[in-house]
Design a protein around this ligand. Structure first.
Ligand SMILES: NC(=O)c1ccc[n+]([C@@H]2O[C@H](COP(=O)([O-])OP(=O)(O)OC[C@H]3O[C@@H](n4cnc5c(N)ncnc54)[C@H](OP(=O)(O)O)[C@@H]3O)[C@@H](O)[C@H]2O)c1
Length: 386
């Protein structure tokens, strides 16, 4: 199958679009809850870039060579016996990190996923749009609904949410969810050029983080949830005083801006983050008004995909795609993600692009690196039937 192979940790140029073996079937067959999905589109998340660089490799090593990718939208071509789906169903979902390490990711024509991590694709979305949703929107939803407790507060009308980084992949979903689903007074921070954009998503106010007075922006509004998609203790220090009683500060990133972007997160920095975290938790317990949380992967629930799917179908949520890249342009897609200035999401077309039709066969003929690297444990696509 055509896929993007990563032979080693490093810069985007290491990513190669080439012929790779089909996904591994560890025991030679699908588990009852697994399905094989023919992937039409994936998306690029900053997490993919951190994994590629290896900045998370101490705490979360990959099994190299591998295929990256969390998100997908596609069609089921094989179905485990306990799967509630049917062959031919159009689905979208995510590959969890654990499964990605074992079974590879979704920058590929096929992936094996657990049926608990997928949902039927919203009928009004293209595969490109649907692939942009799962990881970013689930992270936004989990932060607001579960960690931020907005589900419990759904019927109160005087809630307020601040989204730091409201124009990015997670932020663009978070602003819409806060305003249109949870009915909160919503403030979003972004650079000046994106202020009208976040307002078009529903933000009542947009704050320009490039303004010299940004860290003093907190006014009289008290926020039930502050969702930080950018990271940095300066944000926590500046805005913790703006939390309402029982309000929650949820960071997706941690104590440094774009954590793990350049500098590796090793055990030392993990300890430092944990110590900060513990200290803040103790402060919470001792009665400090502020609740500080770092969202972890285990708090993201794939089961929320069904709710998200209906919000998309009824038009409460829109998918904002900034740029769409062909699988052959994966290097450019990662480079763009690393600017940290995508407006909404970055989509990776796996099968739909004209480039696929024009160049696919040629690539299949020319390269077979991963077959060479891992032929023992992977069946060769040309000789295997599954
Ligand atoms: N913990 C988890 O489970 C989890 C889950 C999902 C994502 N994440 C992490 O969350 C982060 C955000 O993900 P994403 O997909 O939303 O990223 P993204 O699409 O790259 O979003 C970038 C956002 O950050 C803003 N920004 C860039 N530089 C900034 C700066 N110096 N100061 C303030 N704001 C700045 C951008 O605004 P402008 O373009 O307007 O400048 C934009 O709104 C990533 O680090 C990702 O790894 C964590």
């Amino acid at each position: 199958m055509l896929a993007v192979a990563l032979p080693d940790y490093g810069n985007p140029a290491l990513l190669k679009t080439q012929l790779c073996d089909l996904p591994r079937l560890p025991m030679g067959k699908l588990k009852p809850t697994e399905v094989v999905v023919e992937v039409f589109a994936s998306s690029v998340n900053p997490t993919d870039c951190k994994q590629r660089k290896g900045t998370l490799s101490t705490i979360c090593p990959l099994s190299l060579p591998c295929i990256l990718g969390i998100d997908f939208s596609g069609r089921i071509v094989r179905n485990g016996e306990d799967s509630p789906f049917n062959v031919g169903d159009e689905v979208f979902g995510r590959q969890t990190l654990d499964r990605m390490r074992e079974l590879n990711g979704t920058y590929a024509e096929y992936c094996i996923v657990d049926c608990s991590d997928i949902a039927l694709k919203p009928t009004n979305l293209s595969h490109d749009q649907a692939a942009a949703v799962p990881h970013a929107c689930l992270a936004a939803y989990s932060s607001l609904a579960h960690v931020g407790n907005l589900l419990e507060k759904k019927r109160q009308s005087d809630k307020a949410v601040l989204v730091l980084g409201g124009s990015g992949g997670v932020g663009s979903f978070a602003v819409q969810l806060a305003k249109r689903h949870f009915n909160c007074y919503t403030v979003a921070s972004c650079s000046k050029r994106n202020m009208d954009f976040v307002k078009s998503l529903g933000a009542d106010e947009a704050w320009d983080y490039t303004d010299a007075f940004f860290l003093k922006s907190a006014g009289l509004t008290k926020f039930d949830v502050i969702l930080d998609t950018v990271g940095g203790d300066d944000y926590w220090s500046a805005f913790r005083g703006s939390l309402s009683h029982n309000g929650v500060y949820v960071t997706l990133v941690g104590n440094a801006r774009h954590l793990a972007d350049e500098k590796s997160v090793d055990w030392g920095s993990m300890l430092e983050i944990r110590a900060d975290y513990l200290f803040r938790q103790i402060s919470n317990k001792l009665g400090a008004a502020e609740n500080y949380h770092i969202l972890t992967g285990s708090q993201i629930r794939s089961s929320d995909l069904k709710i998200i799917s209906s919000l998309l179908e009824e038009g409460t949520l829109r998918v904002i795609v900034d740029k769409t890249f062909s699988i052959y342009d994966i290097i450019k897609a990662h480079e763009y993600s690393e600017t940290h200035h995508a407006v909404g999401k970055i989509v990776l077309q796996i099968k739909q692009s004209g480039a696929d039709k024009a160049g696919g066969e040629q690539v299949r003929e020319i390269v077979c690196h991963v077959c060479d690297l891992a032929a023992e444990s992977y069946p060769c696509p040309r000789s295997t039937e599954w």
